[in-house]
Design a protein around this ligand. Structure first.
Ligand code: PLP
Length: 392
C-alpha cells in the first residue's frame, strides 16, 4: 500500500540535491574531497564558543533558553546593523541559516509558473528551493564579471517576479561581480521594479582586491540581502540574517514565524557575546589567510597538472575554483573514475537550472590539506588528460 499519492504537487516537485549522494560517497576518508563549500573544522572557534555558551547562563540566567521574538535578539541585530552604517537594526531579521532566506523569499514572491532570474550557473540549493515553489527559471549566462548585461536585459522583458544573485565570490564559479555589473543589475531591478534576493555567504572571505558595494547598498528598496555565520563562524550554529527594506519587514517576519517561530534564542545569545570584542575581526583575518593559502596551493597544482585544454578561473575570495573541460567530456560520468582514483569533485551540471554544463566542474579548496590538494589535483589532471586523449 502506498500513501505517496497524497503528496502535494509541491512535494512531487521536490528533488534531493545531487551533492548529497556525492558527499555520502566522498565521506570515505581515503577519498580526497574537493566536493562541498564546507568550512575547515579545525578553524571553528571551539574554545570561544565553548566558553561563551557556558558563561551565558551566569551572565543572563535561564532566560536564554526561553522563547524569543521572531525578528531575533536585539543585541545581535544591532551588531549586524553596526557593520554597515546605512542599516537600521529594525530592518534586520535573524534567521536559521541563509538557506531559510531563500525559502522565505520563495514563499513571499514565487507562485507556480512565475519567472525567476538566476545566473547560469548558480547555487544548487537556490534552484532546489525556487523550483519547489514552481519557479520557471530564466538563466542568465555569465562571464568573469558576472551576469552578461544584454542577456539580463533580455531576461527582464519576460515579466520576472524575482532576481536571485550571489555577487560576492559566487557559488559555484567564484566570480566576484564587477562594480559596473552590480550597478547594472541594481538599475535593472529599479527600472523594472523587480525584487532582488542578494545571497552573500562568502563576502567576508576576500583574499585580495577592494570590497565592492553590495546590491543592497545600490538598490536598497528593491533588495532583500542575506548573509550568514556559517562560513565565518560555523554552519552548525544555523544562524544567519536578512536585511530588508521597510515595505518587506512585516511579511518577512510573518513568513519566518510560519517556518519556525524564531531562530534559537540560546545560540543568538552566546553568539552575540562572542561578537562583543574584536574576536570576529581577528577570526575572519585567520580564515582569509588560511583559505587564500589553500587557493594558492590548488592553483599552483592545477598549473602543473591540468592539461592546457581546461579553462579555470582564479577566484579572489570564497571557497571554489570553477573549471571548464573540453565540451566533449562529461564531468558527471568522469566522477565515477575520479572516485576510483580516490578523489572527488562536484560536477558542474548540478548548478545549471536546465541541467546543462555537463563539461564543467567545481573544486572546493577548504577542507583538504596541502598534501591532499597536490595529490588530488595531480590525480584529476591525469584523469582529465586520459579522458581528452581518448575522446579525440
Ligand atoms: C550561495 C549559498 N547560499 C546559501 C547557502 C546556505 O548557507 P547557510 O548555512 O547559511 O544556510 C550556501 C551554503 O553553502 C551557499 O553557498
Amino acid at each position: 500500500m502506498t500513501l505517496s499519492r497524497h503528496f502535494s504537487d509541491r512535494a512531487q516537485r521536490m528533488k534531493p540535491l545531487a551533492i548529497r549522494d556525492i558527499l555520502k560517497k566522498g565521506a570515505d576518508p581515503e577519498i580526497i574531497p574537493f566536493i562541498a563549500g564546507q568550512p575547515e573544522p579545525s578553524l571553528f572557534p571551539t574554545q570561544a564558543i565553548g566558553y561563551q555558551s557556558n558563561h551565558i547562563f551566569e551572565s543572563q540566567g535561564p532566560e536564554v533558553l526561553q522563547y524569543g521574538n521572531s525578528q531575533g535578539l536585539e543585541k545581535l541585530r544591532h551588531w549586524i546593523a553596526g557593520r554597515d552604517s546605512h542599516v537600521d537594526p529594525n530592518n534586520v531579521v535573524i534567521i536559521s541559516g541563509s538557506q531559510q532566506a531563500l525559502d522565505i523569499s520563495a514563499k513571499l514572491f514565487v507562485m507556480p509558473g512565475d519567472k525567476v532570474i538566476v545566473a547560469s550557473p548558480t547555487y544548487a540549493g537556490a534552484l532546489g528551493t525556487y523550483s519547489l515553489y514552481g519557479a520557471d527559471f530564466i538563466g542568465v549566462p555569465c562571464d568573469d564579471e558576472g551576469m552578461l548585461p544584454e542577456a539580463l536585459e533580455a531576461a527582464m522583458q519576460n515579466d520576472p517576479r524575482l532576481i536571485y544573485c550571489i555577487p560576492n565570490f559566487m557559488n559555484p564559479t567564484g566570480v566576484n561581480m564587477s562594480l559596473a555589473r552590480r550597478e547594472h543589475l541594481a538599475r535593472m531591478a529599479q527600472q523594472y521594479d523587480v525584487p532582488i534576493i542578494e545571497d552573500d555567504p562568502y563576502g567576508e572571505l576576500r583574499f585580495e582586491g577592494e570590497r565592492l558595494p553590495n546590491i543592497q547598498e545600490l538598490a536598497p528598496e528593491h533588495t532583500m540581502y542575506a548573509s550568514t555565520f556559517s562560513k565565518i563562524l560555523a554552519p552548525g550554529l544555523r544562524l544567519a540574517w536578512i536585511v530588508a527594506p521597510d515595505w518587506l519587514m512585516e511579511k518577512l517576519i510573518t513568513a519566518k514565524q510560519t517556518s519556525d517561530l524564531q531562530s534559537a534564542t540560546y545560540t543568538q545569545h552566546f553568539v552575540s557575546e562572542l561578537l562583543e570584542d574584536d574576536f570576529i575581526v581577528h577570526h575572519i583575518g585567520r580564515l582569509r589567510h588560511y583559505y587564500k593559502k589553500q587557493r594558492d596551493v590548488m592553483v599552483t597544482a592545477m598549473k602543473e597538472s591540468f592539461p592546457s585544454e581546461i579553462n579555470y578561473s582564479i577566484p579572489t575570495g570564497g571557497m571554489f575554483i570553477w573549471c571548464e573541460l573540453p565540451e566533449q567530456l562529461n564531468a558527471t560520468q568522469l566522477l565515477e573514475q575520479a572516485f576510483d582514483k580516490k578523489v572527488a569533485y562536484m560536477p558542474g551540471s548540478a548548478f545549471f537550472h536546465d541541467g546543462s554544463g555537463h563539461h564543467t566542474v567545481r573544486l572546493s579548496f577548504t577542507i583538504v590539506n596541502e598534501t591532499q590538494i597536490k595529490e588530488g589535483i595531480s590525480l584529476l589532471g591525469g584523469l582529465f588528460k586520459e579522458a581528452i586523449a581518448s575522446s579525440v
